[in-house]
Design a protein around this ligand. Structure first.
Ligand code: EPZ
Length: 427
């Protein structure tokens, strides 16, 4: 059954939002369960469609697991039923490619469907495959399947990435933990989720240094053990709600996040006329961040998306929504994906003035947006339409909510508790 969301805009969001565990760490952390026959207990796992898709895939492979209860799940990959991650699983969620590295590293064989493209771009996995071949795996692609095998195990080596691919780095990182010898990933992704995955692997017994920087060194070990691990807060969820506070001229307290994971966003928001205050408690690794607009009309701010620690591509659509009501013209350049402006036609139908010139969208601010029927396409484009509905005059209906439920836990409840006039209904 398809679900839609009805939003009546104009109410400033005021209140507190608890940030959930990060989707883009939960996915590789769940895949890491394949690397050990021990029990892997994960906490603060967000209850999201993408997480459920990964859990279904791991069950299909033969991983034993309890239910996801209050964010905690225990997984045990004692022996598997199959090493085949079928198309049905992978097409639903690209992150399924993250089982490839662990399966080849521990079981020396894997058959994983090539992930289909997706709305935002081709999203190849050629770099994942080249790296595994470099480590001694033989890889063939037949009938849309990646067939990988390394009968003598993987061998550590230098892997130089032409682009700092996030899941590519994560796949190589996991594979290298059980390879023979030293692997160095050069031009590794530095996203906090990648560094946190390395922290998990180290707790499991892996020998990793340099994680969080662009050169990561892994000294392979014979086996890994189970452990307990808590997923870090979702910086993209936190950034999305920070923008919502600015858009609606409200004031939100975002609980359990980390300023350093969002420095580029808060720098852009500061230029736009948005203030934030970080509240730190002694002994707490994470912080609470209060966000509010300190200016009548938002200033135009141009941004470019780049790998971490630059401006996150996963916040580009949301920031564009903010710029649709600025008092000038802003240029938003998307450097990571080749087709990540799917939200533009829908925002334009709400009265936004946006023109696309190659990788750059030129946004000329309008006094306000008007509510109407809009269609969600991909995860972050969808949430940018919800944000638009929160500030628009009149009523907005966002259709195809399953896109949003892939990456935002309880978004309607979280917004409603802060005053949003929002309800979900089945069409
Ligand atoms: C991860 O995707 C995230 N997903 C994405 O979040 C995020 O947008 C992206 O990193 C960039 O930060 C997860 O972590 C599950 P990439 P990933 O490999 O790893 C090209 C969201 O909304 N490329 O860093 O797939 C690729 O096509 C999602 O939460 C190759 O050409 O991104 C893209 O243009 C969306 N060949 C660019 O590199 C490869 O082998 C960056 O992709 C790998 C990547």
């Amino acid at each position: 059954m398809l679900q839609s969301m009805k939003i009546s805009g104009g109410t400033p969001l005021v209140g507190t939002i608890e940030i959930s565990g990060a989707k883009n760490l939960a996915l590789p952390a769940l895949a890491a369960s394949l690397l050990t026959d021990g029990n892997l207990s994960l906490h603060r796992v967000p209850n999201l469609e993408d997480v459920k898709s990964m859990l279904r895939l791991l069950v299909h492979l033969g991983v034993d697991m309890g239910d996801l209860m209050a964010g905690t799940i225990i997984l045990t990959a004692n022996g598997l039923k199959t090493l085949d991650a079928g198309y049905d699983f992978v097409r639903k969620m690209r992150g399924s490619i993250l089982v490839l590295g662990p399966l080849v590293a521990r079981f020396r064989k894997a058959a994983v469907s090539l992930p289909g493209g997706c709305a935002i771009g081709a999203r190849g996995v050629d770099l994942h495959l080249k790296a595994l071949e470099h480590m001694g795996a033989s890889i063939t692609i037949e009938n849309g399947y990646i067939n990988a095998s390394a009968p003598n195990g993987l061998i550590g080596c230098d892997i130089i990435l032409p682009i700092p691919t996030v899941t590519g780095t994560e796949n190589i990182l996991m594979a290298a933990t059980l390879a023979k010898g030293i692997t160095r990933i050069i031009n590794a992704a530095m996203e906090p989720e990648v560094a946190a995955l390395a922290d998990l692997l180290i707790k499991m017994g892996a020998k990793i240094t340099g994680h969080g920087s662009s050169i990561v060194t892994i000294d392979g070990v014979d086996s890994l053990s189970g452990t307990d691990f808590t997923i870090l807060p979702d910086r993209i969820e936190a950034g999305t709600y920070a923008i919502a506070a600015a858009l609606t001229n409200g004031k939100l307290l975002l609980k359990n996040c980390k300023y350093d994971h969002l420095a580029a966003l808060f720098d852009a928001l500061h230029l736009a006329g948005v203030t934030h205050q970080v509240h730190r408690e002694a002994g707490n690794e994470y912080e609470d961040i209060e966000v509010w607009r300190n200016i009548e009309i938002i200033n135009p701010v141009s941004i470019q998306t780049t790998p971490f620690p630059g401006f996150a591509t996963d916040l580009q659509a949301q920031f564009m929504t903010l710029m649709t009501i600025c008092n000038g013209t802003a240029a938003i350049t998307e450097n990571i994906f080749e087709n990540r402006f799917m939200h533009v036609p829908e925002l334009s139908r709400m009265g936004a003035n946006i023109s696309i010139h190659g990788k750059t969208a030129i946004v000329t601010g309008q006094p306000f947006l008007r509510g109407t029927n809009v269609m969600a396409t991909d995860l972050r484009a969808s949430v940018s339409l919800v944000l638009a509905g929160l500030t628009a005059h009149g009523e907005t209906i966002v259709n195809r909510l399953y896109h949003i439920d892939r990456g935002y836990e309880n978004i309607d409840q979280k917004l409603r508790t802060c005053g949003a006039n929002i309800e979900r209904f089945t069409v």
